[in-house]
Write a protein that binds this ligand. Structure first.
Ligand code: NAP
Length: 302
């Protein structure tokens, strides 16, 4: 089995590459950075530039499945220009893959495309499973809906499509966790807003295992990739403080301050989505880290 991964060099990509090695799945990957190209037998890099429609067609050689993760980070200030980049980078990547497959009449069995729980509307009380038909009307909701719609167009080429709605990925050195840990370490950590927003988190290793699970079990459609036990922000903050053995002494950081500091991007910290993992568990997937404290201990205790 060989996969072609876009965005393989990022946080999620690296965790998936590690799982591919474990499962003897060979990896080709497309990168926009020539200095990230490697040429190992089981991890071979190819250059692409979706913005300029440039792609190395050799990257498809012997590939059965595409894992698509590519896109600029969503955690830079959401100026009008940057918001366009967030959407364009994701749509252009999928379109370039699709047109290359079409033109080259390349046989691919499946596309497994990253998505996000930001597709679900902000709510303190709703519980979201994959069948939910209500979508968030804010910017993140718009991004994810467009991203999933573009992924679905691969069905017309006879390619099976799986969409993985990723929650808040916990990883020691990258992404949200180090940003949450740092202020707590320095003694000025605090819950965000009223601290009641649900955070549907997942340990990076379980997330990568879900990608391999849908690959090996040929699962179609949408799957939430979140741990079975989401927590509210107050609990997450307390659990981090407990894990790194630091007190929490400050009051919550008010929403108005976060809004002032981050602009529209404050939604990333204050939106609430309580998301369920029943569907992937019903397929037989078992989480290594279903509960937050052991996940944090695994990531932060060293
Ligand atoms: N981390 C989370 O908590 C989380 C939650 C929900 C959804 N997601 C989504 O899952 C995907 C992977 O997340 P991640 O945390 O691994 O992101 P990441 O660390 O930012 O990695 C994304 C990768 O995309 C590639 N990329 C960047 N700009 C690009 C562009 N203009 N065109 C094509 N490729 C580009 C880069 O790889 P190269 O430099 O090699 O090209 C980068 O390493 C992202 O699309 C993200 O939105 C992540």
């Amino acid at each position: 089995m060989k996969v072609l991964i876009t965005g393989a060099t990022g946080l999620v990509g690296q965790a998936i590459v590690a799982q591919c090695k474990k499962h003897n799945v060979k990896v080709h990957y497309l990168t926009t950075s020539k200095d990230k190209l490697e040429l190992e037998d089981d991890y071979k890099g190819f250059y692409w530039n979706p913005k300029l429609n440039e792609i190395d067609i050799n990257s498809f050689e012997g590939v059965d499945v595409i894992i698509n993760l590519a896109g600029v980070s969503i955690s830079n200030r959401w100026t009008t220009n940057y918001k366009k980049k967030i959407i364009d980078s994701r749509i252009q990547s999928l379109r370039l893959l699709k047109t290359t497959i079409e033109k080259g009449q390349i046989k691919i069995d499946r596309l497994i495309s990253a998505s996000a729980v930001g597709i679900y509307p902000d709510s303190l009380t709703n519980y979201y499973e994959e069948g939910s038909q209500v979508y968030s009307s804010n910017f993140l909701g718009e991004v994810v809906e467009k991203w999933e719609t573009e992924a679905n167009t691969f069905l017309k080429l006879g390619i099976q499509v799986t969409k993985i709605r990723i929650g808040l990925v916990l990883e020691k050195n990258e992404g949200a966790l180090p940003k949450l840990v740092q202020p707590i370490k320095l003694g000025f950590g605090a819950a965000l807003g009223n601290g009641e927003q649900w955070q549907s988190w997942i340990h990076k290793e379980d997330l990568a295992r879900i990608f391999l699970f849908v690959l090996e079990n040929k699962l179609d459609g949408v799957f939430n990739a979140v741990a079975p036990n989401p927590v509210i922000n107050q609990e997450l903050t307390k659990a981090i403080a407990k894990t790194i053995n630091r007190p929490l002494i400050l009051p919550n950081i008010p929403k108005s301050f976060l809004k002032l500091l981050l602009g529209e991007m404050h939604q990333l910290l204050l939106e609430s989505q309580r998301v369920g993992s029943n569907k992937i568990e019903a397929e037989g997937f078992e989480f290594n880290y279903p509960n937050l404290l052991p996940a944090l201990e695994n990531l932060l205790d060293s």
